[in-house]
Structures are given as C-alpha cells and as structure tokens.
Design a protein. Structure first.
Length: 298
C-alpha cells in the first residue's frame, strides 16, 4: 500500500473542514490569555492531535462500514472494500492512533502542566468512534458528525487555557459558540451529501434525514442549519472581540453557503460533490485564514 492509497483511505483532503476552526480557536485563545502566538509546542501538539483523531475516526468508520460500503455502488471501490487496505492494517492503525493520541494529549500535561486534554482524550475518541454506528439507529447522525468536528475548536481552547483554568472558563464561550457553528455547518452539508444515498439507505434500513423525511424536508433542514451557522459565527465575532477581517471572512462564508445551496436542488443533485468539497473547502481555508489574521493584526 502506498501513501496515496492511505491518504485516499482516510480522506486526508477533508481535513480542511475542521482544522482551520481548531486553529482559529488556538490563536484566538492565545490572544485571550495574553498573546496571539500560542508557542510552537502547543501549536504542534494541537495539529498532531487533530491529525491523529481524524485518522482514528476515518479508519474506524471504514472498518465498521466495510460491508455496507461493499453493496453501495458509490462506495464499492473504497480501499477498505477492495482490499487495498487490509483489516490487519486498519486494526494496527487504530491501536497506533489511540496510543499516539494519549501520548500527544499527555504532552500538554508534561510540558505545560495542563491535564485537561489528557482527561478528555478517551471520551473524545469514543465519541468519534460511535459516530460510525449512528446511521444504524438515528437520523440525527448528521448532527453527531457535526459535534465531532465541532469538538475541534473547543478542544483547542481547553489545550491553550492556562494550567489553573477550568475548561469551563467563561472566556471559553467563544470557543463553545465556534464549535456550535461548526456543528450546524457540518450537519447542513452532510445532509446534502446524504442525498446521494437516499434510496440506498431506505433499502438497507439505514438512518439519515433524507431517507427518513424525504428530499424536500432534507433541503429545508440543511438550509436552516446553514442559517444558524452564520448566526452563531456572527455571535462568535462579538463575544471574541474580532474585527473586520473576521467579518469579511464570515461574509465570504455566507455567500459560499448560499452558492452551495443553489448548486443542488430537489430535482438535480448532480453537482453535490462540487458543492460538498469545493465550497466547504473554500470556507475552511478563506474564513480560517482571515479569522486567524484578525487575531494577529488587532
């Protein structure tokens, strides 16, 4: 197995969905507690934790869903189905990820006397793992995924908070709101993405909002989620004392979400992959870059 196969297996390119928001929270939290630069050690540990957590989540998902993926024409060529990635390799990856995540989160305690990342390490991995099971019992699986990515900025705040601070520090309301915004954003576009499997999910008795409520209701809920995304991110701008660069990024995100919603309709979802990857990728990159720049300039 080569590197490209592994990166495709874990959908490494999708990292642009959560990582920018974890970095927004990292630099914002650093500014909130005394300086915009978090330090190379903390920044490196946060990035390592993000990469490991995502690799764990994707590997567990591919392992758990391999039989479902095998009978779905859209997913039948995934490396976990074709055998390009073996079961043994997936198990080894999961073990290495758990151990690596514990070591990385312990780094915050050993180097910065902050025990909270280590305390929350296993519960976070458990939450990420359970997501892969949710389509088997609830149509709210999209929101479980949203929370999974929404934990990234909240986790970054906990990691940057001073050693004596509680993870429920009142200043963390901005990180919590940022996580809530990410939750609605991800749930909104995941509902659209699930339109591709609407009939398959019904036939296989899997749960999703399109399968449970139909295409029209799925679109309405997705659009409501994205309206709430912009509203919550707007509140983040005020509670976090952000400035015009942040709100410029927010305006770009709002326009891009509008385009994303217009790219697909009840009668035509042929452009769903473009809407899913390109539009949301741009939101992560542009909004993230402008929000981070805002913490340095002002």
């Amino acid at each position: 197995m080569n590197l490209l196969t592994f990166l495709d297996f874990i959908k490494f390119s999708h990292s642009i969905f959560a990582l920018p928001f974890a970095l927004i929270a990292t630099f914002w939290a650093s500014r909130a507690v005394g300086g915009a630069w978090p330090g190379l050690s903390k920044l490196s540990l946060i990035i390592v934790c993000m990469v490991i957590a995502r690799t764990f989540a994707m590997t567990f998902n591919r392992y758990i869903d391999r039989r479902i993926d095998a009978v779905n024409p859209r997913t039948a060529k995934r490396p976990s189905v074709t055998g390009a990635v073996s079961l043994r390799f997936m198990w080894m990856t999961l073990v290495v990820c758990v151990m690596g995540f514990l070591v990385a989160t312990a780094g915050f305690y050993l180097l910065h006397q902050n025990p909270w990342p280590l305390i929350f390490a296993l519960p976070v991995l458990a939450w990420l793992g359970v997501y892969s099971l949710t389509k088997r019992f609830t149509a709210l699986c999209h929101f479980w995924l949203g929370i999974s990515l929404g934990l990234a900025p909240i986790g970054a705040w906990v990691a940057i908070a001073p050693p004596a601070a509680s993870p429920l520090d009142p200043r963390g309301i901005t990180a919590i709101l940022l996580g809530l915004g990410v939750t609605f954003w991800v749930a909104g576009f995941d509902i659209l993405y699930a339109l591709q499997d609407e009939e398959f999910d019904r036939r296989e008795k899997l749960h999703s909002i399109p399968a449970a409520l139909g295409r029209r209701q799925a679109f309405l809920i997705s659009r409501l989620c994205h309206l709430l995304t912009i509203a919550v991110f707007f509140a983040v701008g005020f509670t976090g004392n952000f400035h015009y660069l942040y709100f410029l990024g927010l305006a770009f995100a709002a326009l891009t979400l509008l385009i994303e919603q217009l790219l697909v309709s009840e009668k035509d979802i042929s452009r769903i992959n473009f809407a899913f990857m390109t539009a949301n990728g741009l939101i992560g990159l542009v909004f993230g870059a402008l929000a981070i720049a805002d913490t340095f300039i002002f």
